[in-house]
Write a protein that binds this ligand. Structure first.
Ligand code: ADP
Ligand code: MG
Length: 155
């Protein structure tokens, strides 16, 4: 396990960070994205999807709960757990089945279904005006994917 922190000055940098992170994604991965409303979780997911080679818009799945994106290197399931409560909700969505089928899962508000899934990397966004501080914790492959483009600090 390693960690790194980077500063993202605008939404475009956050998308580029997501695209860099995509290089580390493998089938069955769970990426937990935490941070307040408006922190940039969906923006980062847009970059991640683009990095996987998925074309088309990635919109917030807050009301749909989850959206499927095919056509990339790995199929992507984008879940917003904002309105979920507890592990049984995760079971109802069949998230384990998606992972078994080789989908990668991006999960916003992972704390709402805490314990339901084992995350492979955790990404935290904090905001201050337009500037975001992103911190990721996970295996070395995640850190390597982003450290070329985004300065590494701490481990
Ligand atoms: P969340 O999914 O965490 O609620 P969104 O990604 O939907 O957040 O929204 C973030 C909003 O903040 C967007 O309107 C985006 O354009 C804006 N924004 C401004 N600066 C940044 C930044 N550095 N990174 C990400 N989003 C930013
Ligand atoms: Mg969102």
């Amino acid at each position: 396990m390693a960690s790194m922190t980077a500063t993202l000055l605008d939404a475009d940098q956050t998308r580029r960070f997501g695209a860099a992170l995509a290089r580390a994604v493998r089938p069955g991965d769970v990426l937990a994205l935490s941070g307040d409303l408006g922190a940039g979780k969906t923006t980062l997911t847009q970059g991640l999807a683009a990095g996987l080679g998925i074309s088309g818009d990635v919109l917030s799945p807050t009301f749909a709960l989850m959206s499927e994106y095919r056509g990339g290197r790995v199929p992507l399931l984008h879940v917003d757990a904002y309105r979920l409560n507890g592990a049984s909700d995760a079971e109802q969505l069949g998230l384990d089945e998606y992972l078994d089928d080789g989908w990668a899962l991006v999960l916003e508000w992972p704390g709402n279904i805490a314990g339901a899934l084992l995350e492979n990397v955790s990404v935290r966004l904090d905001h201050d005006g337009d500037r975001r501080t992103v911190s990721i914790t996970g295996a070395d492959r995640w850190i390597s994917a982003v450290e070329e483009a985004f300065a590494r600090s701490g481990d």
